[in-house]
Ligand binder design. Structure first.
Ligand SMILES: [Zn+2]
Length: 131
């Protein structure tokens, strides 16, 4: 896959394309609010994303606020233990993860976001398995 596409994922969000969204897990224990550009989404083939199968949007760490149920989030780490993968301890849904390459960004499960039809997203495929 083209390197430039991955580079885009790394860029800072441009203010004009950013909107505010509310997200939740399936059972609703965990609720969060974030700013993101929904026009830029990805799927990734790294060992965990491949199995998770989620379309992700990105968000600055400071632009995500867990306003309900933070205590119900579980954290999963593996390998270098730099990335932090969060999921609801009750329903198991992946909500977001702190990225290994960019620890000041979250990848966020686009399917968790209210008002977002994931079928209308056009995710770019990035080869996280090679990084
Ligand atoms: Zn849940």
């Amino acid at each position: 896959m083209v390197n430039g596409l991955f580079a885009n994922w790394m860029l800072n969000l441009s203010e004009e394309d950013v909107g505010t969204y509310v997200g939740s897990c399936h059972c609703g224990l965990v609720k969060f609010r974030l700013k993101t550009d929904i026009g830029y989404s990805v799927r990734c083939d790294c060992s965990i994303c491949k199995k998770r199968g989620t379309i992700m949007v990105r968000c600055d760490v400071n632009d995500l606020d867990i306003f309900e149920g933070k205590e119900h989030l579980s954290r999963y780490q593996f390998n270098t233990e730099i990335a932090e993968h969060y999921f609801c301890s009750r329903c198991g849904i992946y909500t977001f993860h702190k990225m290994r390459k960019l620890p000041d960004k979250f990848g966020v499960n686009a399917g968790c976001l209210e008002g977002v039809d994931v079928f209308t997203l056009k995710p770019i495929f990035i080869e996280g398995s090679k990084r």
